[in-house]
Design a protein around this ligand. Structure first.
Ligand code: 6GP
Length: 839
């Protein structure tokens, strides 16, 4: 369309008040309208889900209004945009978050109630997008929230998995995985954009040719082409107009391919091809850290990365910018190595498709990319067998060879040939079967490399990425993770939010450092008492939920001692269990023992193929079964396993904790973010010197943190000296008794074989040093028990934890990324005059 034509169309636009107005009357009218015209329902036959959809569409209209203005502004002002590439997102339910961010919770509540409905039950209808496994995916969602709130132009690119992370059920104490059919009833938050489909190639071969300029070029003739269809979800910022885009790609078979096959008579073959293409985005791999080296997984990675980069280049050219300035307008953050293939793909696009010279393309690529590492676990470092890689992405293999050759030439000059150094730095792992090292590709192709907590970054520099650090120290930075206080405080803990806001105002919601103002209130007995009342009410809520869902009665005055995260040996849920059994044994030996009552709550999913993690779940539930019903225990200990830990369920958990368990083996947890959510909601932490625990402890000060265990250096020394877990077992009677009780079949109806693999692992190898940390953990837990008896001091400590947790907002983290890695600035969005919402 010509510019004149566009202006003419704009002038004739009238955006209806019913789609933008924020008053409860307007909202009520809009909800009824959407129920009729979107859902096609009338009250007599409408389900609660229909009402949810009607409310969601009503809110989405308000978002679209802001979203359109955002996109338009970025286009007109040609601003620099952050592109977050992530194979996973865990945004949690959208509706309530959008009500909070738009500031219309009360109005919508009123609108809904005027129609005789209840907002909480409508909100409960939403099926959350479980498009991630854990920490990494949730971090991406917190960052999207902060980017929008800070008015930083941003797009989050990812995969629209048809089935997200499985739903977990517990049957006879075991985890059972149920497919997550989250799209079954429709998703009101996404808008498909089939007109923006892009083609992604796979397989085939390459051939050289000479272009018009006489330059040597390469053409890729693929074996298969898959279409990527973008589905856009608006991501609102808190009380700003900025509304960013989360663009997720779905794989579809290209129509043309089907017809081709149809014409030669192979109709079923064409349908098969269609099914194969669409399998690409069918399901999320449910492995948390050790990634699964399946071909389909590499296909997923390449698919979404290629779609996203093609899309970015298109946006860039549409804005009228020359291809050479791409890196001035976009910065691309690699969320771990899952999208690292992007380095080779951008080179391919620039060199093969846009015909730039290699060096020019390489400068653009290096300046555009930055890489975040999220794990030190060696088994989680992605490498792909060269054969598999080459058959799927033949052109990328050539490009990686070329990158590697030029890179190693540089290294050779610097280290005078040192072959060990070359072998260690190479993008290709030699020996046995060759493999491509994705972390190396990410490091070489990026201008910045960061870890996610201070210790993690140091360990990266000393360990996994040491050779790269020696080569390019200037590329390394630390950006400690953060979480969004909008979802993790305002939304999940309205009681505490209200209490805090009454005292210090509401600036903390976007400047969490303002929590500092609570510091003096920690000394105020009346305030402490109110704080306690809030905590008790929130604990009661969780107790009611557990009563209703599991029929278990909990004592809200007991210590709510919670460990909620993926189940993994390095996170040591079984160390927590050893403490439970130790307490149990003590009470059994001395029924009159004065211990404060405790409720142990666990939540978390195990990767379906990770047998040991599944056995840990069975151990927790089995111990619970015995302990919860043993009359000798007099309800002093309760053990609960909350099934299906996801964003929705986690929101009930964080506010209710007195004690947050952050007990990973030092040096193993890159950062942790649950630790921040618990602390922000007034839990005290028991933890090791690992990940962000270290910085949390520094911030809240040592006296307000329960520290135990070996340091990461101790652990290294321990192992270097030849760690023998049996020594700890043989010399510590309480530890021996706890382990022996598991081994005896006491918790498994006499079945001694059931937990044998777990017991053997602890006694023979204990790779995560539970036995070495056991006594220190028990002593520390005894201090916790003591401290909880003095409720007033405990409350003071909890208030101080909150007062000093401000640094762990994702707003702070995003500001650091902007300043140190992205070099981007905020851009405010004004709603256009004629589209101004009439509140
Ligand atoms: C996780 C880390 O385990 C966790 O410590 C960290 O807080 C989180 O990332 C966010 O940075 N890592 C992953 O989930 C993962 O898949 C490859 O790493």
């Amino acid at each position: 369309l010509s510019p004149e034509h566009i202006t003419e169309i704009y002038d004739s636009f009238h955006i209806e008040d019913d789609r933008t107005g924020l008053s409860s009357e307007t909202l009520q009218r809009a909800i009824a309208d959407n129920l009729y015209y979107i859902q096609g329902k009338f009250p007599e036959i409408a389900t609660l889900y229909d009402y949810y959809m009607a409310v969601a569409y009503t809110v989405r209209d308000r978002l679209l209004h802001r979203w359109i203005n955002t996109v338009k502004t970025y286009r007109e002002q040609d601003v620099k945009v952050v592109c977050y590439l992530s194979a996973e997102y865990l945004p949690g339910p959208h509706l309530e978050n959008n009500l909070v961010n738009l500031g219309i919770y009360d109005q919508v509540q009123q609108a809904v109630e005027s129609s005789g409905l209840d907002l909480r039950s409508i909100l409960a209808q939403e099926e959350e997008p479980g498009l991630g496994n854990g920490g990494l995916g949730r971090l991406a969602a917190c960052y999207m929230d902060s980017l929008a709130t800070l008015e930083i132009p941003a797009i989050g690119y990812g995969i629209r998995y048809e089935y997200g992370i499985f739903d977990q059920e517990i049957r006879e104490g075991w985890q059972v995985e149920i497919t997550d059919k989250w799209l079954r009833l429709g998703n009101p938050w996404e808008i498909p954009r089939p007109e923006n489909a892009v083609e992604v190639k796979f397989g085939g071969y390459t051939e050289p040719y000479t272009d018009d300029q006489g330059d040597y070029r390469v053409r890729w003739i693929p074996h298969q082409v898959v279409n990527g269809i973008p589905y856009d979800t608006p991501i609102s910022g808190y009380r700003v107009n900025t509304t960013s885009t989360m663009r997720l790609w779905k794989a579809e078979a290209p129509e043309s391919f089907d017809f081709q096959a149809f014409n030669v008579g192979d109709y079923y073959g064409a349908v098969d091809a269609k099914i194969i293409s669409e399998n690409l985005t069918k399901v999320l791999y449910p492995n948390d850290e050790p990634i699964q080296g399946k071909q389909l997984r590499l296909e997923q990675q390449y698919f979404f990365v290629s779609c996203s980069l093609q899309n970015l280049l298109k946006i860039h050219l549409l804005r009228g910018d020359p291809i050479e300035t791409f890196h001035e307008k976009f910065v691309i953050q690699l969320n771990d190595t899952h999208p690292a293939i992007g380095v080779a793909e951008l080179m391919r696009l620039l060199v093969d498709e846009y015909l730039l010279h290699w060096q020019k393309a390489w400068d653009i690529t290096q300046q555009a990319f930055a890489y975040t590492n999220h794990t030190l676990l060696p088994e989680a470092l992605e490498t792909w067998p060269l054969n598999l890689f080459g058959s799927l992405l033949p052109r990328h293999l050539e490009i990686i060879y070329e990158i590697n050759q030029r890179f190693l030439d540089q290294v050779r000059l610097k280290y005078l040939g040192n072959p060990d150094k070359l072998a260690r730095l190479s993008l290709i792992e030699e020996g046995g079967s060759k493999r491509i090292r994705m972390a190396h590709l990410a490091c070489v192709g990026s201008h910045a490399i960061n870890g996610v907590a201070a210790l993690h970054t140091e360990l990266l520099k000393e360990g996994v990425l040491k050779d790269f650090y020696d080569l390019w120290p200037h590329k390394f930075t630390n950006i400690t993770n953060g979480v969004t206080p909008r979802r993790w405080m305002v939304l999940i803990n309205p009681r505490l939010t209200q209490l805090i806001t009454r005292e210090i105002g509401e600036t903390w919601i976007t400047q969490l450092e303002d929590f500092k103002r609570l510091e003096s209130l920690a000394e105020d007995p009346a305030f402490r008492q109110e704080w306690r009342r809030v905590k008790r009410a929130v604990k009661q809520d969780l107790a009611d939920y557990i009563q209703a869902h599991q029929g278990l009665t909990l004592n809200p005055d007991s210590i709510f001692d919670i460990q909620a995260k993926r189940i993994h040996e390095y996170k040591r849920q079984h160390l927590n269990v050893l403490h439970i059994i130790t307490l149990y044994n003590r009470i059994k030996h001395n029924p009159r023992l004065a211990v404060p009552p405790r409720t142990f709550i666990f939540g978390g999913k195990a990767a379906p193929g990770y047998q040991m993690a599944k056995l840990i779940i069975k151990l927790i539930t089995s111990v619970g079964e015995v302990v919860n019903h043993d009359p000798d225990i007099c309800d002093l200990i309760k053990v609960v396993f909350l099934p299906d830990f996801n964003v929705t369920n986690s929101q009930r958990i964080y506010p209710a904790a007195d004690l947050s368990e952050q007990i990973s083996t030092a040096g193993k947890e890159a950062s942790g973010t649950g630790n921040m959510k618990f602390s922000m909601n007034g839990a005290l932490t028991i933890g090791t010197l690992d990940g962000a625990n270290i910085e949390i402890r520094e911030a809240v000060e040592a006296d307000n943190f329960f520290l135990f265990g070996h340091t990461s250096e101790d652990i290294v020394d321990l192992k270097a000296q030849g760690y023998v877990p049996k020594t700890f077992y043989n010399t510590n009677p309480a530890l021996k008794e706890a382990i022996d009780l598991i081994a005896s079949g006491y918790f498994s109806h006499g079945n001694r074989a059931l937990f044998q693999p777990l017991v053997d692992q602890l006694l023979q190898a204990d790779p995560y040093c539970l036995l070495a940390d056991y006594q220190s953990y028990i002593d520390c837990q005894d201090q916790v028990g003591q401290a909880f008896q003095d409720q007033d001091t405990w409350t003071k400590t909890a208030i101080l934890n909150v007062a000093r947790i401000g640094r762990f907002s994702s707003d702070r983290a995003i500001r650091e990324y902007c300043r140190e890695i992205w070099w981007v600035n905020p851009v405010s969005i004004h709603l256009e005059e004629y589209q101004q919402a009439k509140a």
